[in-house]
Design a protein around this ligand. Structure first.
Ligand code: 6A9
Length: 778
């Protein structure tokens, strides 16, 4: 693949990359930077996995056998149904150190990861893994055996070689070796002072994502033939997967060291190996953990008023967000309109093969990139390691097509695809997703203005912004043209279904707020308040980037757009409802809709019932009276003057328990809304119609913090609400973590109970910034 061949081959525009220099071609992402991020725990969908940031990598990972009610289960890919009591990185710096704890019934596993760049090691350095298996049941005499399966696999199909067993170092075994173009020859070593039984199996296959099944099948055959839980000790010819079974009594500890040397430097391999095992590794892990703790303190400077439980949760949130960063390679599938003449039976076209380095919302449920989630993730990550952040944002912006569009959900490669139900796979080129990356860029620009960065960081950020500018400009224009409304300077999320009779209120997935209620009848007359505010953020941010780049012409234009979009009179004319004192969407709407059961066409001989929407009143053009996150966008965007009575109204809505306030955070939709906690279809329970979400609560807190600092009559009130909301959010997330072992996707508005996906350390990890009181400052 090269960008040239794409242009020459007359590909449809929708799958043609934007013809602009790529961010990832910037020299700041080459050399030492790139090498230092080569190996990592970049396989967030498995409980423990390592790969390099290269399309066809050498992979490593861990499986084990879990025992529940006397039955055996293979653990490998993160699955909620495994019902682990807890898991996730309690510490991880995103670069060369991480520590994860996993509790599976009575078995407690700790996996530590360490990377080391030695002079003598070849490209990307060496790495080590420590696996500790202990009993959760402290007092009982544990007689349990643990079965661990550590594997290496070559995505490119290169052959792997089984090690010769014992090495020259006592207690150290050579498990495997091989060689690759990128790193030269490598060896995988194992050390354990504890006794264990060893078995192996080798496979040759292109379907690495089916690894769990391969191992299970092998074990199944063995169980039937020799009656034991042990791999076959056989291998296909020239295997590209090697699995090593280590069975031992717990407590058990093993260290695994991966070293690579370019030819000629093999003499020092032994020292390199030693330093990654045993006591030396213990010392190095301890030192790294201390550095993590120190940096956490320095970086977030969390006040003493928060207790150690809160700090533990904060570290686990940040650690797992960083430890969950993945690297993916593959092609998105882009939906084609039915009219386009492709091969019969195909409804999609492939995007160009692309790499994506990205944090993920949830390792077990959504282990892949989501565009608007990513902006929230980066609010944390840039504060921790600005170069990781730029690298991630750069990858996202390089996914932009010639129209300035970026696909919302990135399902790249077979492993990622295997996790996604088919109805979610296709990406629609008419649909957007909030441009939250501007939230981060705004912080970075602000940081530059306020001199928060070192000279070299500042230099890199400016270079980045300079190269990014064309792409950001194209992105803005994509929204500005494709998502515009009927009237000047109005916008709405395109792509809502206006023919369905199944949905109580047709969803707008593109907004990110899925089922948050909008006008009952989607039409071109709609004006979406949140999108208007996102456009304001984007224009405003573009204008301040232009300042930094000294590009005053474009800057002026963006400045004008930002002014228009923040014009208070205009905003009020289009969106303010006097009676409710609230800001609303506008569109073709009636409140009088309901779902009811109808007799549907008979399927066979059985009459069928289906849930359809009844409209009891003709919709009219009007403001759409739902109070909730969307109504607070002008407030979040700080568009309301501090002395305006409309600000007081927003504070009323926020602090009122019969609208948005709960003791656990702010509800997504007011209790008074006609769609509060209503199902959207038979199979679609309320999602953004009541529960508490951290990303929006963070934005609201950020605005409360702002209004509590600028002069005005509502300053003290904003401060009180700010404090209460902040305390409620922290207390509830910490309590849930203690009680359940997890951070959750959302929190229930009645009891504050964690809901939806668990181990959701995407935007829920914003709790760290809430603890740190770190918000947008400009
Ligand atoms: C479902 C199910 C094994 C929904 O966090 C990612 C997104 C957000 O961007 C969006 O705002 N989540 C929010 O409303 C999750 C979306 C998951 C869609 C795919 C696959 C797999 O279950």
């Amino acid at each position: 693949y090269s960008s040239n061949s794409v242009n020459k081959s007359m590909r449809p525009r929708v799958v043609t990359p934007l013809p602009a220099p790529k961010l990832m071609d910037l020299s700041m992402f080459e050399g030492e930077h790139k090498e230092s991020l080569y190996w990592g725990t970049y396989r967030p969908h498995v409980y423990f996995g390592i790969r390099a940031r290269t399309p066809q990598s050498l992979l490593a990972g861990l499986m084990w056998i879990g025992v529940k009610d006397g039955r055996y289960f293979m653990r490998h890919v993160c699955q909620d149904s495994d019902e682990l009591k807890t898991y996730g990185w309690t510490h991880h710096n995103g670069r060369d150190y991480g520590r994860q704890v996993l509790v599976d019934q009575n078995l407690k596993l700790t996996t530590s990861f360490l990377k080391s760049m030695e002079k003598e090691s070849s490209y990307g350095g060496d790495w080590a893994v420590r696996i500790e298996a202990q009993s959760e049941v402290l007092k009982e005499e544990m007689e349990d055996t643990v079965h661990l399966f550590f594997y290496v696999a070559e995505e490119g199909g290169n052959a792997l070689y089984l090690g010769s067993g014992r090495s020259d170092i006592p207690d150290v075994y050579i498990l495997a070796f091989g060689s690759r173009n990128d790193i030269g020859s490598w060896q995988l070593h194992l050390e354990s002072k504890d006794g264990f039984e060893f078995h192996y199996a080798g496979f040759k296959t292109n379907h690495i994502h089916n690894l769990s099944e391969l191992v299970q099948t092998n074990l199944g055959v063995q169980a039937r033939t020799v009656g034991r839980l042990q791999l076959s000790d056989t291998s296909d010819d020239a295997p590209n997967i090697l699995v090593f079974q280590i069975s031992a009594m717990i407590p058990f500890k093993a260290d695994i060291a991966f070293v690579s040397r370019s030819s000629g430097s093999s003499s020092r391999t032994e020292d390199g190996v030693r330093s990654l095992l045993g006591e030396s590794l213990t010392g190095r892990l301890e030192q790294k953990q201390k550095q993590f703790d120190d940096k956490f303190e320095r970086c977030f400077n969390i006040s003493d008023e928060l207790n150690s439980d809160a700090i533990t949760v904060g570290k686990a949130a940040l650690g797992n967000l960083l430890g969950g960063i993945g690297y993916f390679y593959g092609q998105s599938k882009i939906s084609l309109p039915p009219s386009s003449k492709r091969l019969p039976g195909t409804n999609y076209i492939s995007y160009w093969p692309a790499e994506l380095y990205t944090a993920v919302p949830s390792r077990p449920f959504f282990p892949r990139g989501f565009l608007w989630d990513e902006g929230f993730h980066q609010l944390l990550i840039w504060r921790w390691d600005v170069h990781i952040s730029l690298d991630i944002i750069g990858h996202w912006l390089d996914l932009m097509n010639a129209d300035g569009w970026i696909p919302r959900e990135q399902i790249l490669g077979a492993e990622a695809l295997s996790k996604v139900p088919s109805e979610f796979v296709l990406q629609h080129p008419t649909n957007g997703n909030p441009p939250t990356l501007f939230l981060v860029l705004r912080d970075l620009v602000c940081g530059i203005k306020k001199n928060k960065f070192t000279a070299s960081e500042k230099n890199d950020i400016s270079t980045f912004l300079r190269q990014a500018f064309v792409r950001l400009d194209a992105w803005f224009k994509w929204f500005n043209t494709t998502q515009s409304g009927k009237d000047a300077n109005t916008y709405y999320w395109h792509g809502r279904d206006n023919v369905t009779t199944r949905e109580l209120n047709p969803k707008s997935l593109s907004s990110g707020l899925d089922d948050y209620p909008r006008a009952s009848h989607p039409s071109e007359d709609e004006r979406h308040l949140d999108l208007r505010c996102w456009m304001h953020l984007a224009a405003d941010c573009m204008s301040s980037i232009s300042d930094i780049l000294d590009d005053s012409d474009i800057g002026k234009e963006y400045g004008l757009t930002a002014n228009l979009l923040s014009d208070f009179e205009l905003l009020n004319q289009m969106h303010f409802d006097q009676n409710n004192g609230a800001y609303f969407d506008y569109g073709n709407h009636t409140e009088k809709v309901r779902l009811s059961w109808r007799l549907a066409e008979a399927a066979g001989n059985h009459p069928n019932r289906e849930l359809v929407r009844e409209v009891l009143e003709k919709p009219v053009l009007r403001l759409v009276p739902h109070i909730g996150y969307v109504s607070l966008f002008p407030f979040m965007s700080r568009l309301i003057p501090p002395d305006s009575w409309m600000l007081e109204k927003q504070l009323d809505l926020i602090s009122n328990t019969s609208t948005l306030w709960t003791n656990f955070g702010l509800r997504s939709l007011a209790k008074t809304s006609s769609l509060y906690m209503q199902r959207n279809t038979e199979h679609d329970p309320p999602y953004w119609r009541g529960p508490i979400w951290m990303n929006m609560n963070y934005m609201i807190l950020s605005a409360l913090n702002y209004y509590s600092k600028v002069d005005g009559p509502y300053r003290d009130r904003a401060k009180t609400i700010y404090n209460d909301l902040r305390n409620n959010l922290i207390r509830n997330v910490v309590r849930n973590y203690k009680e359940t072992g997890y951070l959750w996707e959302q929190y229930d508005q009645k009891k504050g109970k964690g809901k939806g996906a668990r181990l959701f350390t995407g935007w829920t990890s914003l709790i760290v910034l809430i603890m740190a009181e770190a918000y947008a400052e400009c």
